[in-house]
Design a protein around this ligand. Structure first.
Ligand code: ASP
Ligand code: MG
Length: 406
């Protein structure tokens, strides 16, 4: 029998009525003759609400920060609620189902809290239950470290659970259901003429996700790329196109297509830029980042200094992290908070000066002052003030996606 892994995001199970409609879809897949494994996110905004409670419990004050281990214990409950309710709703429809936490599912991670990485999946219990004819529901976004601690996989981590399960179970399909019918060439809420992308290469999508696109989690896309799994990203409730099946984005390896140089515009907020005055100071700071589990990216430092970026999405305790960096960096470090980044992602973008000129000209025309620039083979990215972010996205989309980059 063919194994299907389905993922349902938080907005698809935001209330019990929606959760029931999801249960109907799962039962239909089961009755169509598939072995069905489902991973589910916490209901609606419950992860955000739990994080707000953790902040309240930790109190105000400069030293306040909830321990990351306890944050993981707390937020992992969100997915336990949705997984058990979903199993109950499926059983109520006359279909046998069983729910498992991440640790029961054999999802083993490293020992980082709040943005752990999956290192291995041992899905024996899932396979046993499938062979008994049951639908298996797995709590998304969580696992157990090799030290037997409960960990979570970073915001949006249920996608990662889905892809890792699909790989471990050699699934025939991996379907990711959310409130959008796939990936667009920009955020449609900001760029009204954003285009639906019916297919996308995993390396391009991984770069989009790492540069702030929210549709699919970056670690999930990385797994899919390495395990050669095709992801079908679809909308949970939107009606299917008549006769043609659901509108979706298929994420799978593409042969290079020069016409596709720029695929999408991405944007990211909540960035901190660290400026360092020497390479040795940066080495010390990298050590702190390792020990305190602070993410670093886009570091470019020479003997006489340089810069790096800390994205705050998966840093639940920035005030503590900032103190740790400042203690070691001292006068050699300057931290600039509250920056945004905007970029163009595609294939072969940095091989000539031409896209770079088009990029900076579009940003200038949109009134965005460029504070820093990163050019790589898969993306051109500029750090700017958040106030200019929406105009910058629209300008880059018009220039690169609509007009093809010059
Ligand atoms: N509930 C978690 C979050 O909000 C995981 C997920 O939605 O995938 O980030
Ligand atoms: Mg969520």
């Amino acid at each position: 029998m063919a194994v299907i892994v389905q993922k349902y995001g938080g907005s698809s199970v935001a209330d019990v009525e929606k959760l029931g409609r999801v249960a109907d879809k799962i039962v239909a897949a089961k009755r169509a003759g598939h072995d069905v494994v489902v991973t589910v996110s916490a209901m609606g905004k419950s992860t955000d609400n739990l994080l707000a409670l953790a902040r309240q419990a930790a109190g105000e004050g400069a030293a306040a920060a909830a321990p990351r281990r306890e944050i993981d214990m707390l937020v992992s409950t969100g997915e336990r609620v949705s997984m058990s309710l979903l199993a109950i709703a499926i059983a109520a429809r006359g279909c046998e189902a069983i729910s498992f936490t991440g640790s029961q599912s054999g999802i083993i991670t490293n020992d980082r809290h709040f943005d752990a990485r999956i290192i291995e999946v041992r899905p024996h219990r899932i396979e046993d239950e499938l062979s008994r004819g049951r639908v298996v529901i797995v709590a998304g976004y969580q696992g157990m470290s090799y030290k037997r601690e409960i960990t979570t996989l970073g915001r949006g981590g249920t996608d990662t659970t889905a892809v890792a399960l699909a790989a471990a179970l050699s699934a025939d399909r991996c379907e990711i259901y959310s409130d959008v019918d796939g990936v667009y060439s920009a955020d449609p809420r900001v760029v009204p003429d954003a285009r639906h992308l019916p297919e996308l290469d995993p390396s391009v999508l991984q770069e989009m996700a790492e540069r702030g696109a929210k549709v699919l989690n970056a670690q999930a896309v990385e797994w899919a790329r390495k395990a050669r799994i095709t992801i079908h990203a679809r909308s949970t409730f939107d009606p299917w196109e008549r006769g043609a099946g659901p509108r979706e984005t298929q994420v799978r390896a593409q042969t290079a297509n020069p016409a596709h140089a720029a695929r999408a515009v991405v944007a990211e907020q909540n960035l901190v830029v660290g400026k360092v005055s020497s390479l040795s100071a940066f080495e010390e700071l990298a050590r702190v980042a390792r020990d305190e589990e602070i993410p670093l990216k886009d570091a470019s430092v020479r003997e006489d200094g340089g810069a790096f970026v800390v994205p705050l999405l998966n840093v639940p305790d920035w005030s503590r992290a900032r103190r740790a960096l400042e203690r070691v960096g001292g006068a050699a470090l300057e931290l600039v908070e509250g920056l945004a980044a905007v970029g163009v992602v595609g294939d072969g973008l940095s091989t000539t000066g031409r896209p770079l000129v088009a990029f900076t000209e579009a940003l200038r025309a949109a009134g965005a002052k460029v504070r820093g620039l990163e050019a790589g083979p898969l993306s051109l990215v500029a750090r700017i003030e958040p106030s200019a972010l929406a105009d910058a996205q629209r300008a880059l989309h018009a220039s690169f996606v609509v007009d093809g980059g010059a």
